[in-house]
Write a protein that binds this ligand. Structure first.
Ligand code: NAI
Length: 645
């Protein structure tokens, strides 16, 4: 009889199949800590000695299979030797698992990330349970490292190398059906048959899947070099090597060393020692923890919404409603008349199709989004979000009606960008009920949502709002009701500086190139065109000190050239892309002086926001500015960057 373990359970059924259940003690999620992996190593010896007919590994948690390595432990890794010791803890047992002389099956129900997927890849077969929570990914690249416990070595045995590399280079998560199509799993099955499917596969033990012939050729050493070279060109378009060395290391590790971290010399650019010697990995791990902190802000309340009512089906309201329906909530969407709802419903349909890639789920999401011109939905909703025109009187009149008909415990929220919550809530019977839930445009892409507390907002309501933001899978950040809150306040002076520099005669291309070289995802002038020059004018007015607006910005605005949405702004736009001039003077050699002049107002404002207590502390300011403005994640956030300069 096997010994008892803390994190693992072995059960044997009447067919002599061993079922190994991972159930990490003291945690709601399975992660692969040192202790969990050390036990796994012993468990495998025990199971081997039991001589079962087959082994099935599954999770004992309600949530997911395995979330990955225990990233807390990364904080103790200081040297290349520490890192190698840590990698061995998974590398050895996964090899042992792979070498077992009987069929092995990973039954993946829910998330299966990083080390969890590396473990599954060491099994002979994989079954994914086809439900919305099942997501498989190798997201190590986001932490500035690569899948070091056999993932790079094993993934391209089952998945054609171009797709395998794409998974590792982007960290993108794959659902059950896609995983089946790609060959990452052998079967994708509905939840009700999952146990039986695992049992049958273990008993039948068909020959393990092999890559189709052409794809298998791509794994030859010669073609690996060619494919990695092609992939590197694509990577270079998205991430500079000096900012993000990990994707380049992945390509090198795969093409030259077959993903074996122990075969790579310490001084090689693909080695873990080299990656850890650069600041990027440390800063990206910092960003991971900042993100966890924001997630935790959603846990202060147990509030769970089932019905959201959104008023105003414009740019923001329409997309907020669609996002909530996508995330499984029932949504009623109200506007002044039915015609105004049409574009929002059309955009929602496109979002569902793109994200869900499944007819039934798309239909279900469409059914959850209900047009509601009469506004009846407000009576039943758990959360009501106002996203009408930015007009104080209109918002006050609307909330007077809403407060009277809403359920007593419903959250009443405004998406306002520039009005004071205290002003909107001035006539409330209970002003403590009003909170700001401030989304960013485009809603589907932007992860951050500011939860704004006015001077009278109840703390418990703000916590409910943060819980709701988490429920729809966004990152909440509490901010005070002050002009521009966090994100627009910090972006404002930076954008104004860029506009003034255009007025000085510096080409927009030069400014944008300077900031993308610094590490921003998009330069300030292109960003202005994307946001809309009307909005830039309004924000400048609101946050400005009464100075004249920048000349070029004003001239474009006056001419109705509002940026991307009108096809012309600072740039001409075609096929959704800014048409930038290239060649001498277009900005490829923007000097450090330009960068410094653009970054300085950003950092100054970030410091001011922290000093004024608009956000709770410098770390949360970094979190908000990374996820709300895209501030170069590899620098660890503006406050962190300013402190380490
Ligand atoms: P929009 O002009 O695109 O849409 C507003 C919609 O509200 C229109 O469809 C209009 O018919 C409807 N509406 C107006 N009064 C109404 C009423 N009494 N009842 C029902 N529907 C009514 O506006 P947008 O850009 O979506 O902005 C909405 C709110 O979101 C504003 O408070 C704005 O400050 C805020 N916001 C806007 C962002 C942006 O990038 N556009 C970003 C973040 C917040």
């Amino acid at each position: 009889m096997a010994e008892t373990y803390k994190h693992w359970r072995i059960e044997t059924d009447s067919d002599n199949i061993a079922w190994l259940i991972i159930d990490r003690a003291g945690s709601s999620t399975n992660t692969l800590s040192t202790e969990v992996l050390a036990e796994f190593d012993c468990v495998l010896d025990d199971i081997k000695a039991m001589v079962p007919r087959a082994l099935v590994i599954r999770s004992g948690k309600a949530s997911g299979f395995i979330a990955g390595a225990d990233i807390e432990e990364f904080l103790d890794v200081k040297t290349a030797e520490d890192a190698k010791r840590m990698i061995r803890r998974g590398w050895d047992p996964f090899n042992k698992l792979e070498a077992l002389p009987f069929p092995t099956v990973a039954l993946i129900d829910g998330f299966c990330m990083g080390g969890g997927l590396e473990l599954a890849l060491a099994c002979r077969y994989r079954i994914a349970v086809d439900q919305p929570g099942t997501r498989m990914a190798l997201p190590e690249v986001m932490l500035g490292i690569w899948p070091l416990m056999g993932g790079v070595m094993r993934l391209s045995r089952y998945v054609a190398p171009p797709q395998a590399l794409d998974m590792m280079l982007t960290g993108r998560a794959i659902d059950a059906r896609r995983a089946k199509r790609m060959g990452l799993v052998d079967q994708s099955v509905p939840p009700r048959v999952m146990m039986n499917a695992a049992r049958m596969l273990a008993l039948e033990a068909p020959p393990p899947r092999k890559l189709p012939f052409v794809a298998s050729l791509m794994n030859s050493p010669l073609l690996r070099g060619l494919i990695a070279g092609q992939a590197e060109k694509q990577v270079a378009k998205r991430a500079r090597r000096e900012h993000y060395p990990a994707p380049y290391a992945i390509l090198r590790a795969w093409s030259k060393f077959n993903g074996d971290p122990f075969a790579i010399p310490d001084d090689d650019s693909a080695s873990i020692g080299h990656l850890l010697s650069l600041p990027t990995a440390g800063n990206l791990i910092r960003v991971f923890f900042l993100q966890e902190r924001m997630k935790a802000l959603g846990k202060a309340s147990k509030f769970e919404a089932s019905h959201v009512h959104v008023i105003g089906a414009g740019v923001m309201g329409g997309d907020i409603a669609a996002w909530c329906a996508l995330r499984g909530l029932t949504v009623t969407l109200q506007d002044q008349n039915a015609e105004r709802l049409v574009p929002a419903m059309k955009r929602a349909g496109e979002l569902f199709k793109r994200r869900l890639r499944d007819k039934m789920r798309t239909r279900d999401a469409t059914d959850r989004l209900i047009p509601d011109v009469s506004g009846e939905g407000a009576r039943h909703a758990d959360v009501i979000i106002e996203a009408i025109f930015e007009n104080l009187e209109a918002k006050r009149a609307l909330f007077a009606k809403l407060e009277a008909i809403a359920k007593p415990d419903a959250v009443l929220a405004s998406n306002t960008s520039s009005l004071k919550l205290a002003d909107i809530g001035a006539n409330f019977a209970n002003p403590g009920r009003l909170v700001g839930i401030h989304f960013f445009n485009p809603v589907a892409q932007m992860q951050l949502v500011e939860v704004v507390s006015g001077i009278r907002t109840d703390a418990a309501i703000a916590d409910k709002a943060a819980a709701f933001v988490r429920q729809i899978d966004k990152l909440p950040l509490h901010v005070k009701d002050s002009p521009g809150f966090l994100v627009n306040r910090v972006l404002g002076p930076y954008m104004q500086q860029a506009f003034r520099m255009v007025d000085e005669g510096i080409a927009p291309e030069t400014l944008d190139a300077a900031m993308t070289a610094f590490g921003m995802p998009m330069g300030p002038i292109e960003l202005a065109d994307v946001v809309g020059l009307d909005i830039c004018m309004a924000v400048g007015k609101e946050l400005g000190d009464g100075a004249e607006p920048p000349k070029r910005l004003k001239a474009l605005f006056d001419a109705g050239q509002l940026g991307k949405k009108s096809g012309q702004g600072f740039y001409r736009w075609a096929d959704g892309k800014a048409q930038k001039a290239s060649g001498p003077g277009a900005g490829s050699d923007a000097g450090p002086d330009i960068t410094e002049r653009l970054v300085a107002p950003y950092l100054k404002e970030a410091k001011a926001v922290v000093a004024e207590g608009i956000v709770a502390d410098a770390d949360l300011a970094d979190a908000g500015l990374i996820f709300g403005t895209g501030f170069a994640p590899f620098l660890g956030g503006p406050m962190h960057y300013a402190a380490s300069k």
